[in-house]
Design a protein around this ligand. Sequence first.
Ligand code: 5RP
Length: 236
Amino acid sequence: MSNALSKAAAARKALDFIRPGMVVGLGTGSTAAFFIRALGEKVKAGLEIEGVPTSEATAALAREVGIKLADINRLDAIDVTVDGADEIDHDLQMIKGGGGALLRERIVASASHRVIIIADDSKLVDAIGKFPLPVEVTLFGAGLTARRLAEVFSHYGIKGEVRMRPGTPGPGPFLTDNRNVIVDCALESLPEPGRVAHQIEHIPGVVTHGLFLGMADIAIIGSESGTRIIGGQAQA
Ligand code: 5RP
């Protein structure tokens, strides 16, 4: 099974967790897109739900497939969010933000009663830290903030390279939906993600980072042999 088929299998399985009337957080990225398209089919068949997008791209896709969007400012909570990940370990610790949507993904996930991560099995790792850690920082002072980040890693003895994500197409940096920039931190190891996250959060100029720790409730991993669920409360 290709990665695409594995992603699609995980995305379809996540539909089991969606009930009529739910407010559903909609993740960003290629795996989340499989879910949004599959959810759109259900909506066309009569399922009534509202979506809360985590990026402009996701909002556009959701509208295209007929999903009604709710204004997050009018909600107290989101029933369930389905999103992808760049890396996830067996304790559901994650690196996210490869697509640059980490701030909205964090806001939506933290307002959700349940967070379901969908991923192909290449994302499942024994320990997170190989995928370059995205950190969203303000454009103002971004170079200085990047140097502060490098200091945190060096304090923990973590070797690696810290660099501004380039725009596609350039020139200039990649800009997030929130008009911030991303600093990608390619690290040789990440021994204490919780402590590192805490230090990063204290750097002025850091908006958020891609270490999503203790946020996922379950993960649905798609592979050649189908899907499997990781996490304590796996019942749909
Ligand atoms: C975007 C994300 C995505 O969930 C993550 O990058 C995974 O993307 P894909 O499903 O395309 O591999 O965090 O900010």
